[in-house]
Design a protein around this ligand. Structure first.
Ligand code: SIN
Length: 497
């Protein structure tokens, strides 16, 4: 274990130091960058160096792609049952190492240990799910008018897949891309974010221990994201890219992939509304909305971004939300009594502060929180903004921090119009006890996911994804394998007597 990690973890040492991998994983080997360069991973809670990680470039990325290409044929030729067994072993090893993996995640990402443990279990659940789905990739025989032939449809792996993942869910986002890819017989080259590469490297270490053959899961950490990203997007051997991150970067990657017409899965930004009607259970609504707003200190793509509350219950709802926020304790996620950790970087903090300042300048009032750490601190107090309006940046932009603007609406139609007044369409939430309204609103709002009287909607068993500028493709559930499969039609003729 590096000295840096010993210092940062302050007595909470990993029980298996072998999980702290700082080199890249290419073709089953742990390697340094060709030029020996490294980059630092910093703990967002205290700025200590957690580790120095290999800083790869284009040449190493090309070798990773070549290794993935060489390895994929033998893997695809194995039975689905064999692939499933390897994935199941990987799932078991992850669950057997939850504590160490959670410590690594909290040190590099900042989320509190309880959330890190939750994310590890969430990541493992995708691997278990797709280990089962591997056995359920069915073909079809389609009816046709001619009796001397049969039209057969088979499903085949797309080939080498690239994954570019974000820092907010360093393990789960790898799992929900790599597990379906490997389950159906693809191979993968994954680029972790430079802020949080250690979680993915630890997952790759466990995949190796589970018996995943060399070359199937290659991990290319880098600080030169553009160089590695361009290679992954332009290399013709890569047949598919799955990206989770901002809409702005998703658009750039989509353009870069156009030259080789790659298959794309894009899980991009959101601007989730939570609509609270006057017939809702307000305590339940405030608890659910707070969870979805402040989880991971507001840094998830499906975090509530705009709370829309019917005017007759506005003040009552604000009071309920304040009660929940009043129970929070901000600090270093390694401290078990802390409920909310720092945001990822100082730059992120400044971006959130600009949105709050803009709202206040235009007339918003701070009902709770509102403080930002000084100096190089990454801490933002969980904040509630009232008297907000749709001309403020917090209405149209993704906040990605623990700030909750609460807007007023009058009628159901107005709420639907406000919810849809955005280019994004990822997650949305509705609180009402009226069954008819549940259906009407869920069908009328333009989002890939709708939580009705529930905000914890993510799981391995349901399709996660967005519409409009929130992306394309679905992750999780039986839909999650579709993006990794090609459809091939075989016409089997000459069957006449
Ligand atoms: C994300 O923020 O991209 C993922 C959130 C989740 O899976 O719940």
């Amino acid at each position: 274990m590096s000295q840096a990690l010993k210092t940062a973890s302050a007595g909470r040492l990993l029980s298996d130091p072998g999980l702290l991998r700082t080199q890249a994983c290419i073709d089953g080997e742990w390697i340094d960058a060709d030029d020996g360069s490294t980059f630092r991973v910093l703990n967002p809670a205290n700025h200590e160096v957690v580790a120095e990680v290999a800083n790869l470039g284009g040449a190493e990325t090309r070798r990773a792609i070549d290794a993935a290409e060489a390895a994929r044929h033998a893997w695809a030729a194995r039975s689905a049952f064999e692939r499933s067994a390897v994935l199941r072993k990987w799932h078991e090893l992850i669950l057997g190492n939850v504590e160490d993996l959670a410590i690594i995640m909290t040190l590099e990402q900042g989320k509190v240990l309880a959330e890190s443990r939750g994310e590890i279990a969430y990541a493992a659940s995708f691997i278990e799910w797709f280990a089962e789905e591997a056995k359920r990739i069915y073909g079809e025989i389609l009816p046709q008018p001619q009796t001397d032939r049969r039209g057969i449809v088979i499903r085949q792996p797309v080939g080498v897949c690239a994954a570019i993942t974000p820092w907010n869910f360093p393990s789960a986002m790898l799992a929900r891309k790599a597990a379906p890819a490997l389950a159906v017989g693809c191979s993968m080259v994954a680029k972790p974010p430079h802020e949080t590469p250690l979680s993915m490297l630890a997952m790759a270490e466990l995949a190796q221990r589970a018996g995943l053959p060399a070359g199937l899961l290659n991990v290319v950490p880098t600080e030169a994201s553009r160089v590695v990203g361009e290679e992954l997007c332009s290399n013709p051997t890569v047949r598919k890219l799955s990206f989770t991150g901002s809409t702005a970067v998703g658009k750039i990657l989509t353009k870069q992939c156009a030259g080789t017409l790659k298959r794309l899965s894009m899980e991009l930004g959101g601007n989730a509304p939570a609509i609270v009607f006057d017939d809702a259970d307000l305590e339940q609504a405030a608890t659910g909305v707070a969870l979805a707003k402040y989880r991971n200190s507001g840094q998830t793509c499906i975090c509530v971004n705009r709370i829309l509350v019917q005017e007759s219950i506005y003040d009552e709802f604000v009071d309920e939300l304040k009660k929940v926020v009043g129970t929070y304790r901000i600090g270093d996620g390694m401290d078990e009594s802390v409920t909310h950790g720092p945001v990822i970087t100082r730059e992120a903090l400044e971006g959130i502060r600009e949105l709050v300042d803009d709202a206040i300048e235009r007339g918003a009032t701070v009902a709770a929180g509102g403080a930002f750490g000084e100096g190089d601190s990454h801490f933002v107090e969980p904040t509630i903004l009232c008297n907000v309006s749709d001309d403020m940046r917090v209405f149209g932009e993704e906040i990605f921090g623990p700030v909750a603007p609460i807007f007023k609406f009058g009628t159901e139609e107005e709420a639907i119009a406000m919810a849809n007044d955005t280019e994004f369409g990822l997650a949305s939430y509705v609180y009402t006890r009226d069954q008819g309204r549940c259906w009407r609103v869920a069908e009328a709002i333009e989002y890939g996911m709708v939580g009705v009287n529930e905000t914890m909607i993510s799981s391995a068993y349901f399709p996660f994804g967005g519409i409009k500028e929130s992306g394309q493709g679905r992750e999780g559930s039986h839909f999650g394998v579709e993006d990794y499969l090609e459809t091939k039609y075989v016409c089997l003729g000459g069957l006449g007597a």
